[in-house]
Design a protein around this ligand. Structure first.
Ligand SMILES: [Zn+2]
Ligand SMILES: [Zn+2]
Length: 186
């Protein structure tokens, strides 16, 4: 059997060609993977470019450095975490608090057991609990008894218009005094 030196040189040429192509493809793939990975972890474009450049320059050791330095959580994880925190905060804020002593109260309490502040009032018709400022029951539509009298008393109803008339007369008087007309004309 004869040894052909050209075959060996051709074989090594092909082998180095393949391995070179493989290494080049692997290099590009590492850069692409790093770029995708950093995009899911950071918003800053400069950081994206720096991470891709690090792997493009150093290849596998660059990936090692990148894996050590990359942010722990992805943006998706961060988003989920903030959502969870907001939900927790909302749950705490949603718990009703007594306006008198600021202790936690339950929705169906009429009076605060701690400071005895009135919290709710029952509807006289259907018995369901209503907030104190409500003048009408939202469940059955019944108006709160005596609310109209409490809101606008007879005194208030009588006091309103005369006060306005008084000020109107005073204005007229002042106008007449300024223009020099005699005040006893009307
Ligand atoms: Zn209280
Ligand atoms: Zn009602």
């Amino acid at each position: 059997m004869t040894f052909d030196p050209t075959f060996l040189s051709n074989f090594t040429l092909v082998l180095t060609g393949f391995s070179g192509a493989f290494i080049a493809a692997l290099w590009v793939a590492l850069v692409v993977w790093t770029y995708r990975d950093i995009k899911s972890r950071a918003r800053d474009r400069l950081v994206h470019i720096l991470a891709a450049a690090l792997v493009a320059l150093l290849s596998l050791p660059g990936v090692l450095v990148y894996l050590i330095l990359r942010p722990q959580r992805t943006l998706e994880d961060e988003y989920q975490k903030t959502l969870e925190e907001e939900a927790l905060l909302q749950a705490i804020e949603d718990q009703a608090v007594c306006p008198g002593c600021e202790r936690r109260i339950k929705d169906n309490w009429l009076v605060c057991p701690n400071c005895q502040t009135k919290l709710k009032k029952p509807c006289h018709q259907c018995g369901k609990l209503m907030d104190l400022p409500w003048n009408i029951c939202p469940y059955c539509g019944a108006p709160v008894q005596g609310m109209r009298k409490e809101n606008v008393t007879m005194e208030e109803a009588l006091q309103g218009p005369p006060l306005k008339q008084e000020t109107g007369q005073q204005k007229k008087k002042k106008r007449r005094e300024r223009s020099g007309e005699p005040a006893h004309e009307d």
